[in-house]
Design a protein around this ligand. Structure first.
Ligand code: FAD
Length: 422
């Protein structure tokens, strides 16, 4: 009988992508897993929020299948998103509801990653707590059969070369702020958990979603400000309380109906706010470190999207799943640079490129997309398909990628209107 040697796999980064790969390999059996984490679980729980982490049906199904859906009963399941266009301050124009096929969910990554990290050790994996530098990465990779770099947008991602042809932007498209709050009202509390989306052309977008945080249920506001617009006012990183005050003032001017719902709100905790900006980028998935050593990048380490379409954590979850399956299928075969490239390219074509293209389109809103949103205001089928495309961006290529595809689809649902393009 042939006996397979235990394979040693190292994972750098204890986020959505890295922990899912690590825990997946421990579940599969036959792997010696080392996760390198920059922070201990208690530091993660006591730290600042990292994301708004809305996750859609396909990514949640992957977590469920892996037994990692530990908050399923507690986290609100969001079935619909109420969208409002605000063409000028205080004016509600186009309004529609996007109903999702499967509920979306947001579990504070502080809660989720801290617990998943503890699970790695409970399930027999090793965790090394340190911030890995390039020399440390080389050493780690030399000692393992495969090293997966899932270190997010940090410095280490610089080992993966930027892929200019696939990177849609070279600067941040929005200035971001997020706030976790208790006490936010709902327009119709009897309707169950619903997300809300406000687009203020030339100024920015606001996304509100019910979520689960360390202190229970909360609402999370993702604030997407066009650089230089009135919404772009958190560069000084004011802290949760002051950030909420400024947000409330701006909401009172632009979205007074939303400001009313925030009248009694307060931040969930001092770490419940976030400000900054990110440059969307696609990198080459393999870094050669010399002496024949190559490492594979997944998640934000190689594909970074603006959160406007919520593709980051979803993409990281699906990338981790693809990576895990490929490792297991590889059996005793060598983890060569060519194999790594193949794993990424397959995932790029099937999923990642669509997320990047959808996000670029939503950031720039070409005329045909404005038309689709206008049609969604009148046709439930269009709104539903938009919701489906956020959850599975591969559908973008089928109906939104070109003006011709969008026109053909809109004609098929009987839309004959048009929007005035500025
Ligand atoms: C404001 C905001 C809102 C967002 N909202 C959404 C959303 O609603 N939906 C969605 O799907 N996505 C969203 N995202 C994106 C999402 O959070 C990320 O895409 C996702 O977390 C990426 O997961 P990851 O595992 O690749 O990286 P990360 O979550 O960044 O994890 C990387 C880990 O590696 C660790 N690390 C980094 N460097 C090192 C090192 N040198 N040594 C050891 N460890 C290291 C980090 O500490 C971290 O724990 C949002 C992002 C932002 C900024």
């Amino acid at each position: 009988m042939e006996v397979c040697a235990v394979r040693r796999i190292a994972v750098v980064g204890a986020g959505q992508a890295g922990l899912q790969v690590g825990l997946g390999l421990l579940g599969a059996g036959g792997y010696e897993v080392t996760v390198v984490a920059a922070r201990r679980p208690e530091e993660v729980r006591g730290g600042r929020v990292m994301s708004t982490q809305a996750m859609f049906g396909p990514a949640l199904r992957v977590e469920r299948a892996a037994g990692l859906d530990l908050w399923e009963g507690e986290a609100p399941g969001v079935r619909s998103v109420d969208a409002v266009l605000v063409p000028e301050p205080g004016v509600r124009a186009l309004e529609f509801t996007m109903t999702m096929d499967e509920p979306a969910q947001s579990v504070d990554q502080r809660l989720k990653m801290a617990r998943w990290l503890e699970l790695v050790e409970e399930r027999g994996g090793r965790v090394e707590y340190r911030e890995l530098d390039l020399a440390g990465l080389r050493e780690l990779a030399a000692a393992n059969d495969l090293t997966v770099v899932a270190a997010g947008r940090g410095e280490l991602a610089g080992i993966f070369e930027r892929d200019a042809a696939r990177s849609p932007f070279d600067a941040p498209q929005r200035r971001l702020a997020a706030l976790y709050a208790h006490g936010v009202g709902a327009p119709d509390p009897a309707a169950g958990p619903r997300a809300r989306m406000h687009a203020v052309p030339g100024v920015g977008e606001l996304y509100l979603q019910p979520a689960l945080t360390l202190s229970g249920r909360c609402d999370i506001l993702l604030w997407e400000a066009l650089p230089g617009s009135p919404f772009d006012c958190f560069d000084d990183r004011p802290g949760a309380v002051e950030q909420l005050e400024r947000m409330r003032e701006l909401m009172a001017r632009y979205l007074p109906w939303e400001a009313e719902l925030w009248a009694g709100a307060e931040p969930t905790d001092p770490g419940g706010s976030l400000c900054g900006a990110l440059t969307p980028v696609v990198r080459r998935p393999v870094a050669e470190l010399g002496d024949g050593i190559a490492v594979l990048g997944i998640g934000d380490a190689v594909v970074v999207n603006d959160p406007i379409t919520g593709q980051g954590a979803n993409g990281a979850a699906l990338a981790a799943d693809a990576c895990l399956r490929a490792i297991v299928e590889r059996g005793d075969g060598p983890f060569t640079a060519a194999w790594m490239t193949g794993v990424f390219e397959e995932f790029w074509e099937r999923h990642a490129r669509h997320g990047v293209e959808l996000t670029a389109a939503l950031l720039t809103m070409p005329d045909h997309l404005q038309e689709v949103f206008a049609a969604a205001g009148e046709h439930e089928a269009v709104a539903r398909r938009l919701a489906r495309t956020y959850a599975d961006p591969a559908d973008y290529a089928e109906w939104l990628a070109t003006p011709e595809l969008a026109a053909a689809y809109l004609a098929s649902v009987g839309w004959s209107g048009s929007v005035a393009h500025p």
